[in-house]
Design a protein around this ligand. Structure first.
Ligand code: PLP
Length: 388
């Protein structure tokens, strides 16, 4: 194994030299508007996906506690053996109701859900059409499946997609896959156009709405609600690890037959443990809070507006988007890293992203907004950016 040790050591040295080595930071407490960083103390957190502040919400926490008390730590089993608890039915019914689909199935992450879905539904004479900026879990899901062909269409380009679909009308099935909200840009998929293109070309549309659910749409039903196509997207996947409680877990929502097929054949549910009951209960409560009223979503939208306007007023180039992701384009990676370090010194935690996560020369600071931020936090954030 000398080969492995040598190449690993070389790679790690290269990462250090390039300044792209990822240093894990330890947090000593819950995820909230501010977090306690072990090496820095209390800082405002602008880099988590805790969009609605539910990771630390009292009702979400008591649902998790109740789940622990009733079902204990976990299933010690995959779903089809003895790993399906009544709380799994509970969360899955709630997800389906919220997504407006017949049924839903949970996985331990949305990464698993995407791999499970694509690996199960795609057959040998099918063709997949994937947006060029899709999330890594979709890319890997496509790689694991065995279609006749995998095609990548230009980012949010319905015309390019349609051209590719038309050239593949002889496939058994055409699967179009897109993120609802693209995580590095905050861009929203043009679902209305995609729904039409898919309809015209007898294709099925899959939307991964991990960053859209709980954020977009008046009632938080995500990108389909925002684009006015609720009920018209064939399959929705999403995470329970961001707006919906922040713990972990993912889901596929779609027709009853699709969910039955996944229960029968999807490898991550056949061969990997079920969602922990604490998470099934806490995530269900998170969705129920959204169903109750729009208070948190309204607060989030207000915070997004204040931060976006405040940053623009201070001369930062923010991409225009209604999402909770505000990328601030810096360009040079070293400069982006310097700025994020300076912000941390000022008590504001924002992460810089460079190549290969984003294209070379397009380094950025990615601000992620949460409903948990108070006016005071926002003022402090804007002051910190203003002094950069
Ligand atoms: N899909 C998208 C679009 C994401 O942004 C992410 C997480 O970053 C995932 C899937 C994976 O979600 P999970 O953490 O539940 O695996």
């Amino acid at each position: 194994m000398a080969g492995f040790e040598e190449r690993t050591s070389k790679l790690l040295t290269e990462l250090h030299n390039a300044g792209t080595y990822k240093q894990l930071r330890y947090i000593n407490g819950p995820m909230a508007a501010t977090v306690n960083l072990e090496d820095r103390g209390e800082v405002i957190c602008l880099c988590s996906n805790n969009y609605l502040g539910l990771a630390n919400h009292p009702e979400v926490l008591s649902a998790a506690h109740a789940g622990l008390d009733k079902y204990a730590a976990g299933t010690a089993s995959v779903r089809f053996i003895c790993g399906t608890y009544t709380c799994h039915r509970g969360i899955e019914e709630t997800i389906a109701e919220f997504a407006g689909t017949e049924a839903a199935l949970t996985y331990v992450s949305c990464w698993c859900a995407n791999e499970a879905l694509i690996g199960t539904i795609v057959s040998r004479n099918d063709v997949i059409f994937s947006d060029e900026l899709n999330h890594a879990s979709i890319i890997d899901g496509c790689r694991l499946s065995r279609p006749r062909e995998r095609m990548v269409y230009a980012h949010r380009d319905a015309a390019d997609l349609e051209e590719k679909l038309k050239a593949n009308m002889d496939a058994d099935a055409r699967w179009v896959i897109t993120d609802g909200v693209f995580s590095m840009e905050g861009a929203v998929a043009n679902l209305r156009e995609l729904v039409d293109v898919c309809k015209r070309n007898d294709a099925r549309l899959i939307v991964d709405d991990s960053h859209g659910v709980g954020v977009l749409g008046r009632t938080g039903r995500g990108t389909p609600e925002h684009c006015d196509v609720l009920g018209k997207v064939d399959i929705i996947t999403g995470t329970l690890g961001k707006a919906l409680g922040g713990a972990a877990g993912g889901y596929v929502a779609g027709s009853r037959d699709l969910i039955d097929l996944l229960v029968q054949h999807s490898r991550p549910s056949l061969f990997s443990n079920a969602l922990p009951p604490t998470v099934a209960c806490s995530a269900r409560k998170a969705i129920q809070l959204l169903q109750r009223d729009t208070v948190l979503m309204d607060r989030l939208r207000n915070n997004i507006e204040r931060i976006r306007t405040g940053l623009t007023d201070r001369g930062f180039e923010c991409q225009d988007s209604p999402t909770a992701i505000i990328p601030i384009m810096i360009g040079d990676e070293a400069e982006a890293i310097r700025k994020s370090e300076r912000l941390l010194e000022l008590g504001v935690w924002v992460v810089a992203f460079g190549f290969p996560v984003v294209p070379k020369g397009k380094a950025r600071l990615r601000v992620q907004v949460s409903a948990a931020l108070t006016d005071e936090h926002i003022e402090k954030v804007l002051d910190a950016f203003g002094s950069l």
